[in-house]
Design a protein around this ligand. Structure first.
Ligand SMILES: C[S@@+](CC[C@H](N)C(=O)[O-])C[C@H]1O[C@@H](n2cnc3c(N)ncnc32)[C@H](O)[C@@H]1O
Length: 260
């Protein structure tokens, strides 16, 4: 585990501990594209549109109706709640390393079949072949071993299951990520660089995020949190803009069993 990964993790843990407001449901950078058809959302979900659009893009039309779905790294539960309320899975399980985040999700995100579990994405507390789809949005950059995570995804998926992934990496690590995906026991169906759509979302959401940080986070933590939130002009935003950091999405599958 690198110092940067530890810093990301510490920041998420701090946010879970210090900001208990349920209105803060997402911790991703969002996705904005003129090409994507507009997503129909309830008024209550409109403030989170850009973060929800990152989920919608990552799922890219995968039909989750009647399926058992896992989100690894569910954070504050907004994405698992969205899938559960809009996309008709049979069950939706959100997993996160942070017990505080899981407690917040369990307290505040309610929908039929939606449950939250504390655990490590690299050693998941689930039996083999327990899920039809695994979703992973902006969480894997914290993992010490991407290989262990991918092996776990393969283990908990049923044959024919989908792995739907989105995350950022330093430019020098993008090749490593692509090799890790290709070397896993899963088959890569789609792999796309979505840095420009993520940057468009960061720009569009900048003023709202700044206002929320001012309103919800103690002033002493603002300098720490702003770069993690991708606020314009701060480290991660500048690195995405310069190309030193890239954002990828991918769809992989666990091959179905041969007939007979
Ligand atoms: C940037 S947040 C994204 C949360 C959510 N997917 C979203 O888009 O709002 C990353 C989350 O990954 C979680 N995480 C980090 N390492 C993890 C691990 N090894 N296993 C499970 N969750 C982990 C953190 O606790 C944090 O809640």
């Amino acid at each position: 585990m690198t110092a940067r990964q530890l810093a990301w993790r510490a920041c998420y843990e701090l946010l879970a501990a210090r900001v208990r407001r349920p209105e803060w449901a997402f911790m991703n950078y969002g996705f904005a594209s003129r090409e994507a058809p507009p997503l129909a959302l309830d008024d209550a979900d409109e403030p989170d549109r850009l973060c929800i659009q990152l989920y919608d893009h990552t799922l890219s039309g995968t039909d989750l109706r009647g399926r058992d779905v896992l989100e690894a790294g569910c954070g504050r539960g907004g994405g698992s709640s969205y899938v559960s309320r809009y996309l008709g899975p049979r069950s939706m399980t959100g997993l996160d390393l942070s017990s505080r985040a899981v407690a917040l999700c369990t307290r505040t995100r309610r929908a039929p079949g939606l449950v939250f579990v504390q655990g490590d994405a690299q050693a998941m507390p689930f039996p083999d072949a327990a899920f039809d789809a695994v979703l992973n949005v902006e969480s894997s950059h914290c993992y010490g071993s991407m290989e262990s995570f991918l092996a776990e995804v393969h283990r908990v998926l049923r044959p024919g299951g989908d792995f739907l992934f989105a995350d950022l990496r330093d430019r020098g690590d993008v090749g490593t990520l692509r090799r890790q995906l290709a070397a896993s026991a899963l088959t890569v169906r789609r792999d796309r660089d979505i840095t420009s759509e993520v940057l468009a979302a960061l720009r569009a959401d900048n003023a709202r995020k700044l206002a929320l940080i001012d309103a919800w986070i103690p002033r002493a933590f603002h300098r720490l949190v702003r770069p993690f939130a991708g606020i314009e002009g701060t480290r991660n935003y500048v690195r995405l803009e310069s190309g030193d950091m890239r954002y990828l999405s991918a769809h992989l599958v666990k091959e179905p069993l041969p007939p007979g």
